[in-house]
Ligand binder design. Structure first.
Ligand SMILES: C[S@@+](CC[C@H](N)C(=O)[O-])C[C@H]1O[C@@H](n2cnc3c(N)ncnc32)[C@H](O)[C@@H]1O
Length: 346
């Protein structure tokens, strides 16, 4: 009999964790989706179609969940593993260092409160890697300490991973915190999930996933903005390279026509070319150049093509789609981390 692992997908977005676990095939365990929490209405609409199964509990605001500090809140259905890609804004301005008595303002505290109250067997949390650099790394140390000590204590593994090491042509770094309740096992050292050779992946480069046919003209850089987008200001670091075989990290604001050194643009010459690793010589004044389409965005994050159909059927604006895609957790990372972590213990 397989062990059933009931999961609560918190800060669910469009379901990077959800779709990641659907890809895991194990003869020891299987997943059951019991609850999800997401505050954004567009993400909810999307998730309800793409991910929610019948009987899945839906909670809108994590602040409404029952915990010791919120005894009248909504009780989450029993779950064994908590998934949470908590919003990174939590760390940008509020004084985490004030400690756990800090007025509620940071969503990481809600994760701690849930672990303290529900004491799930496992958790997998995800965030931007820049946490490393905040307060010279002391914030990360405090977070790890808190996660080890919360409830009856957890054994913690922390990994910094790059999406392009796990089968997606995108330089997206994420930090993962994987915990197993201390009373369930003995601590052991676990290496990072084994890397995947990108050449063997479904899409080894961006070129492999770019739509080759006509796309909505709205995706082409507007004539009047070309110079701003494609010229490097003299005081800026970095490059303006377009036609990157491995994409820059997708952002939630990619609808805003960022400068080329912050975003992903592709020329028709590259898209129509035959060598994904060669950047054609492109006239930046005249060559048609475009941003990625939502379908390409979903692919770059490891989602199936049907997700683009779902977004289209829901009539989500491009800006909304890009926000949801840019905030998402790459599916391949979710899958690799959860599978490796659980297989190390089960
Ligand atoms: C970094 S994104 C996580 C994305 C998700 N892992 C995915 O694959 O799409 C954080 C999510 O938390 C949601 N969120 C922010 N504040 C929230 C709150 N108070 N309660 C529930 N969800 C919240 C945001 O709307 C956003 O979708």
């Amino acid at each position: 009999m397989k062990e059933v692992i009931r999961f609560f997908d918190c800060f669910a977005g469009i379901g990077g964790f959800y779709y990641g676990v659907q890809q895991i095939k194990s003869n020891k365990y299987e997943f059951r989706h019991v609850a999800y929490c997401e505050i954004d209405k567009s993400a909810q609409k999307f998730y309800d179609v793409a991910c929610s199964s019948e009987g899945t509990q839906k909670i809108q605001d994590v602040k409404d969940i029952k915990t010791k500090k919120n005894p009248n809140g909504i009780m989450v259905s029993d779950f064994d593993i908590l998934f949470a890609g908590f919003p990174c804004q939590s760390f940008s301005n509020v004084g985490y260092r004030k400690g756990f008595d800090d007025p509620r303002g940071q969503l990481f505290f809600y994760i701690l409160d849930m672990l303290d109250y529900y004491k799930p067997k496992y958790f997998v949390l995800e965030n931007v890697q820049k946490i490393h650099t905040i307060q010279n790394g002391s914030l990360l140390d405090e977070m790890k300490k808190a996660l080890c000590e919360i409830g009856n204590g957890y054994i913690l593994h922390t990994w910094n991973l790059l999406a392009s090491d796990y089968g997606l042509p995108q330089k997206r770094n994420r930090i993962f915190f994987c915990g197993i309740r201390k009373d369930l096992t003995e601590p052991k050292g676990i290496s990072e999930p084994p890397v995947v050779d990108l050449k063997t992946a479904k899409y080894p480069t961006t070129w492999h996933l770019l739509e080759k046919g006509a796309v909505d003209p709205k995706h082409y850089i507007p004539q009047g903005s070309r110079r701003t987008i494609l010229t490097k200001p003299s005081n800026w670091e970095g490059d303006v390279n377009i036609d990157n075989a491995i994409a820059r990290p997708l952002t939630a604001t990619m609808a805003k026509w960022h400068r080329a050194n912050q975003d992903n643009y592709f020329s028709e010459a590259y898209i129509a070319g035959t060598d994904p690793y060669v950047r054609p010589s492109v006239n930046l004044d005249t060559e048609p150049i475009r941003r990625i389409t939502p379908l390409e965005g979903f692919r770059l994050q490891g989602f199936p093509d049907k997700y683009a159909e779902i977004a289209k059927n829901l009539k989500l604006a491009y800006s909304t789609q890009y926000k949801l895609i840019g905030n998402a957790l790459p599916v391949n990372l979710a899958q690799a981390v959860i599978e490796h972590f659980l297989n190390s213990y089960l």
